[in-house]
Design a protein around this ligand. Structure first.
Ligand code: IPM
Ligand code: MN
Length: 353
């Protein structure tokens, strides 16, 4: 098969981890007789520096024309402590999600047997954890009206959801639950928020269409707590944008390193695959960042965007082997133990595919 993939390396360690995912993807393509055309495009701080905006129209056209988007990371410290910056790299990501209609963010959390003791949580709590968050990505407080009044002394961010937005995300949740253990948890704050009551009412009305799925409704504060107590009691969780942002960062450390977790954003147009970690500015250019989350995002891309399960499995298998054999970056080794560089890990994966 032939694929055209938009390559959005972004900022910070983005280009370094993307580079390794490209090497591994090309090796997989060679092994299974596929042809990949990579089309690089600018996004984030590097796009602001080059053309003044974080998600240029040209980048959007490249993404729309592609079969999938592989994305690195976005963000630069020079914008973080300047609340008055007129444009910010993160706006590029939000605009890209909106314009590509990427309303569902799929963020799995699973454990690797060889890394169980890297987790900050006790082994018996996390063994067997295999859960997926479906985070709503184009609504809620992120995209509601925001502003200042009273001469700037008062600020507001509105949280708005429509029934249709909840339905389309929940539908993906029910469908995913049907392919797994048929357990779905709707995470909300329906004891306080009106948008949460709309979520709950909408999901409840959909239950009859999926009689086999067992649905639970839990408040977000309780989920934040249970997620570190008994993560292995969850399977598929659906939630709104901001709750999902926070809970998926919390969930990402269960596996032992944030540098391991992949994600997909899907919706109306081209799907996007990206590691869940950020741009890790302190590590930029040092060749130390963990490329595995991006490599595993490429595996998700092969499986979900192209329907190539065997290719995806081959990537996951070699990643597992690298973990078992300790061919890993510094975030995964104890002090004093030899760590491999970003590109050495990528080279090893390619050589062992
Ligand atoms: C994420 C990030 C983004 C978000 C930022 C960079 C805008 O934290 O993908 O989770 O908040 O959605
Ligand atoms: Mn986040």
């Amino acid at each position: 098969m032939k694929f055209n993939i938009a390559l959005l390396a972004g900022d910070g360690i983005g280009p370094e981890v993307i580079n390794e995912a490209v090497k591994v993807s090309d090796a997989i393509a060679k092994k299974f007789n596929h042809e990949i055309t990579w089309t690089p495009a600018l996004t984030g701080a590097c796009a602001i520096d080059a053309v003044g905006v974080p998600y240029p129209d040209e980048t959007h056209e490249i993404c729309m024309a592609a079969d999938a988007v592989l994305f690195g990371a976005i963000g630069h410290p020079k914008y973080d402590n300047d609340p008055s910056a007129p444009v910010r790299p993160e706006q590029g990501l939000l605009l890209m999600r909106k314009k590509l209609g990427l309303f569902a963010n799929v963020r799995p959390t699973f454990t690797f047997p060889s890394l169980i003791d890297n987790s900050p949580l006790k082994r018996e709590r996390i063994e067997g954890t295999d859960l997926v968050f479906l985070r709503e990505l184009t609504g809620g407080i992120y995209f509601g009206e925001k502003g200042r009044r009273d001469d700037g002394e008062t600020a507001f961010d509105n949280c708005v959801y429509t029934r249709v937005e909840v339905q389309r995300l929940a539908k993906k949740g029910f469908e995913l639950a049907m392919t797994r253990s048929k357990k779905l948890c709707c995470v909300d704050k329906a004891n306080v928020l009106e948008t949460s009551r709309l979520w709950r009412e909408t999901v409840q009305a959909m239950e009859k269409d999926y009689p086999e799925v067992e649905v639970s409704y839990e408040f977000v504060d309780a989920v934040a707590m249970r997620l570190v107590q008994w993560p292995n009691s969850y399977d598929v969780l659906i939630t709104e944008n901001l709750f999902g942002d926070i809970l998926t960062d919390e969930a990402s450390v269960i596996s032992g390193s944030m540098g391991l977790m992949p994600s997909a954003s899907v919706g109306e147009h081209t799907s996007l695959y990206e590691p869940i970690h950020g741009s890790y500015p302190q590590a930029t250019g040092l060749n130390i960042a963990n490329p595995l989350a991006t490599v595993l995002s490429a595996a998700m891309m092969f499986e979900d965007a192209f329907g190539l399960k065997e290719e995806a499995e081959a990537i996951r298998t070699v990643v597992n082997q690298s973990l078992e054999q300790g061919i890993v970056t510094e975030d995964l080794v104890a002090k004093g133990v030899k760590a491999y560089s970003t590109s050495e890990v990528g080279d090893w994966l390619v050589a062992n595919l």
